[in-house]
Each structure stands twice: as C-alpha cells, then as structure tokens.
Write a protein that binds this ligand. Sequence first.
Ligand code: TRP
Length: 488
Amino acid sequence: MTTNEPSRTQWLGRWGFVLAATGSAVGLGNIWKFPYMTGEYGGGAFVLVYLACILCVGVPIMMTEIALGRRGRGSPIDAIRRVVTESGRSSGWSLLGWMAMLCGFMILSFYVVVAGWSFAYLWKMVSGGLAGSSVDDMAAIFGANNANPFTLGAWSTLVTVATMVIVGKGVQQGIERSVGWMMPGMVVMLLVMIIYGMFSGGFGQAVNFLFAFNASSLSSEGMLAAMGHAFFTLSLASGAILTYGSYLPRRASIGRTTLTVAIADTLVALMAGLAIFPVIFANGMEPNSGPGLIFMSLPLAFQAMPLGTLFGILFFIMLSMAALTSSISMVEATVSWLADNKGVSRKAAAWGTGIVLWVISTLAMLSFNVGADWTLAGKHFFDWLDYLTSRLMMPLGGLGMALLAGFVLKSQAVKDELNLPAGIYALWLFMVRYVSPLAILVIFVDALGLVAVDFGAHWLWLVLILLVLTLAGELVSPRLRRSLQTSD
Ligand code: TRP
C-alpha cells in the first residue's frame, strides 16, 4: 500500500498530530464532565476505574483508529473501505465509517450548546454580570441564560462559526495552527489555576477527594459511567481521531503517539479536578452538584475569593478554548469526506456542514427553552443526541473498530501499520479482541436496560475471571502464535 498510496495532506510539524489529537481529546469532557462525574460517583474509586478503562479500552481502540486512518488515508468512510478492500473483506464495513461520521456530527450538535454556555459565562465574568450573587441567584442566572432562545442561540452560533472558520482554513493553516497556540495556552492557564487552588485552603481536601480510594463509594453505575466517559474523553469512535490519523506521517509511532495523547488527556482531567475542587471546598460547598458544578458552584466560589473575578475569567477562557479545539475535530471527518468526494472546496464543505450543523444545534438549543416539552420517551432532543451517541453509537463504533482490526483485517496489514514490538502487539491484540468487546457489551446491556438486577461490583470479578481464562486460552492457541509470526 505504500507504493500507490493516495496523496494526502500531512501534519506539518512533529507535534502536529499530538497537539491536534490532544486538542480533540481535551475538552468539555475533561473540565466540565469529569469533575462533576467524580463528584457524583464518589471520588477516588471512580477515578481509578476510569484510569483502568482508559488504559485497557481507550488506548487500544485509539491505536486502532489511528492505524485505520493512516492506512486508509481518508475520512472514516473512505479509509475503512480502502482497508477492508486491501484485506479482501466486505466493503459493508464502511457503514462503520458512516456511523462514526454521523456520531461526530451529532455530538457536535449538542456540544456547541454547552460550549456556548462557556462563552456566555466568560462574558458574564468579564462584564461583571455575576457579581454579588447568592446561591439562589446563580441558579436563576443559569436558568435565565438558557431561557432566552435568542441569546443562547447566539452563543452556540458563535461557536459554530468559529469552528467552521478554523476548519475551513484547512488541516495545516486552520487546525494545526490554532491548536499550536490554544493547547499550550490552555495548559499554562490550568497550571496557574492549580497554583491558585493551592493557596485557597481547600487543596488538601481536593487531593484527598480525587485520590483517596474508598471502595464503598464505587457503584456499578459509576463503573459504567467511567467506561462511557473513557470513549467520550478520548474522542473515540466518532471519526475525529481516525481522520486526524489519516494525516499522520508514516514514520510516526502509533503506539507512542497514542500514549502521549491519552496521558495528556488524563492529566488535564485530573488537573481540572485539582483546579476546581479546592475552590469548591475552600468555600465549604459540596462536590456533587452535577452538571451545574462549574457554571453555578464555581463562579459562586470565585466571587468569594481574592482575585476571584480574574481567575474566573481565566477559567472560562480556558474552557472555551478547550471546547473549540474539540469541536473542530468533530466536523473534520464530515468536511474532509465532502471535500474528497463531492468535488467541493474545503471552505465550501465547511460552510455547508456549518449550515446543517446550525439547524440541528438550534433544535438542540431549543430543548432548554421553547422546546422544553418536545419530548420523546421523557427525553428532549438535546438529551437524545447525548444518549444516542454516548450510550449507543460510540460503544457500537468502538466495538466495530475493535472487531474489524482484531478479527477481520489481514493481520499482516494491521501489524505493518501498527509496527509494534511483538509483545506489545500481542497485548494490543488481546485488548481489542476480548477486553474491549467484553467491556463494551457490558455498557450495552446496561444502556438497553436488558438486565434489571444490580450486580453491584461483583460483575467486575466475573469479567476478570473470564478475561484470565481467555488470555490463558489465547496464549496456548496456535492461532495467536501463528498471527505473531511475521509471515502471514
Ligand atoms: N473529547 C472531547 C471532550 O472530552 C469531546 C470530543 C471531541 C469528542 N471530539 C469528539 C467526543 C469526538 C466524541 C467524539 O470534551
């Protein structure tokens, strides 16, 4: 495949892919969702399960996606079609690419609304709109922010336009350039916030909360949430990483790059916790306030602190940048697919996508005001987008990619592209063949509500025993030994 490989743009700099993929991974998921989930699911034990999910499922699937993208040199649909053709398998697998692309698009449709909150709160901080508010005022402000479809819509429109401007400029001039300054900027701001947290008086309590392991706070619901979040936070199974991988130069090591991105993503999530919880604890607030944590509790806490407004502004700039570097990755699959297949320029593709996105995200935004009672089975449109993508499409896509790379493609092609030392390759293979599919099946069973009994933490043991048995079987099976030999 190296000889007649279709020519494709590549990242300019050595760090192009790492910065862009980290930009995609680090987003609202890290700074908004992870801290409040940790708060809701009881702290350290949840963090530990989450780390295990990242390592055992997230990393192997991310490697798979990058390999698929680089080998197929295209957006998900084209790349998957090429790799299955190369291996002489059914092109029906390209449906997986369609689902991934659609999934990225659907996530973005509600993501721009939440990113819009971040921009709105940045503006509130700058203009002093939050000064002197009480707990009740904060809730009222959050409510009022959502109640007016015109202002709420204006903020999400702003995010949509910014996203399309960057993506329209291209992979190197748009994406690579913008992440090149936004990512370092974000990390600096986060470090400043942590130092601020250290002096706030709540730091020890925050560290304790995040890292103390308390097994009794671990619920099976928390474990499933950790698994789902591992997919979301690494931007998996939605075309983003696969498409970014299609621009990765051949000489780059997929294993090392993936680890770098996963570690950076995890560090930012933990750092966000270390920036947010000290401020919350220093003001005697509770960590379990849910999705409102950074929009209600945090601004309230900032106000009570010296230089609070300044740090509040810094916080929301950081959050807005993190959101933007993620949103550009979610449409890249669609834009690249249109530009490659439909004979339109990249700019036209970006604006075309932007218009459709705007319509759908507007519908999602209306769920918070005029459309509050347009519900189906108790969920409004915004919730449906979230539910369908996080609970069904991402796990299903991840399962598909794992099975595709683990069982369907010629192992020689996969091995070539991953180019890992034999032992690591065997480990990867074991993860995508058994560990990830099994873990994902558990999410499904839960999402579809097929099992009404609550196994508590016991199913974890069951899974562990099954895995050990499979590993033992696999190690002695001739099949694995054969597939480890280079001649296939
Ligand atoms: N990973 C991002 C976050 O944590 C969200 C994200 C960006 C994403 N691109 C994605 C999620 C693609 C799923 C698919 O906020």
